[in-house]
Design a protein around this ligand. Structure first.
Ligand code: DX5
Ligand code: ZN
Length: 232
């Protein structure tokens, strides 16, 4: 049984000079999380937002923040992001980016935030197996991190299933990259319950409808997967 479906709207595809308006739209549309992609130009070949923007966003919305750190040595910056965000918000770091994942998790949790660990498409589930009891979520990248608007990599699906099979029941599994109405059901059926979407929401003419459609498709996929298991 996987935890409740949540939709995380990634502002990477939002209009950056109208961020407040864009966030307001997805808040009204019922986004469960605002996903903020932080890139440092080292871990990924792109540079985006830092704590300053996170702090600004924290002031204008009540929706929990889902801060996705795609940065080398996250242990150097998690406190800055934790200060900019609020208690109960979530910080995700990449397992490939640090030699001390336990320290990063402690720093995040000691600051009163939720902790999550992410894996790139080529990284094996086993690399985070020891951490699953101490995090709130695991994020499976379904594109190589760096940019919005890429194609979903279906080879990550068995990894989602593997993580769901070894994770405690309470653990959220987030999938990030290339999520559309074509790809969402597969990810959910393998066990993902937190769904990130940037282009599918912010590049659509109607973000409200986009969020509702993604949610309905995810809920339907959960029901079908349940029937499959009951009938098996
Ligand atoms: C990619 C980011 C994703 C990205 C998703 O490195 O981590 O969150 O914004 O964009 P879409 O949904 O367009 O693939
Ligand atoms: Zn992301």
């Amino acid at each position: 049984m996987q935890p409740k479906i949540k939709i995380a709207a990634s502002i990477l595809a939002a209009n950056p000079v109208r961020l407040e308006e864009e966030i307001r739209k997805v808040e009204i549309a019922g986004a469960d999380l605002i996903h903020i992609d932080v890139m440092d130009g080292h871990f990924v070949p792109n540079i985006t937002m830092g704590p300053f923007i996170v702090k600004g966003i924290r002031r204008i919305t009540k929706v929990p923040l889902d801060i996705h750190l795609m940065i080398e040595q996250p242990e150097r910056y998690v406190n800055d992001f934790a200060d900019a965000a609020g208690k109960g918000d979530l910080i995700t770091f990449h397992i490939e980016a640090t030699k001390t994942p336990g320290e990063v998790i402690s720093l995040i949790k000691n600051a009163g935030l939720k902790a999550s660990v992410s894996l790139n498409p080529d990284t094996q589930a086993e690399l985070v197996a020891d951490l699953l009891d101490s995090v709130d979520m695991v994020l499976v990248m379904s594109v190589n991190p760096g940019f919005a608007g890429q194609r979903f990599i279906p080879e990550v699906l068995p990894k989602i299933a593997r993580l769901r099979s070894i994770a405690p029941d309470r653990l959220d599994i987030e999938v990030d990259g290339g999520i559309t109405t074509e790809t969402i059901a597969q990810a959910v059926q393998k066990g993902a319950n937190v769904i990130v979407a940037a282009s599918a929401i912010f590049k659509s003419d109607d973000p409200c409808r986009a969020i509702n459609t993604l949610r309905q498709m995810a809920v339907q996929a959960v029901k079908e997967e349940c029937h499959n298991r009951v009938d098996a």
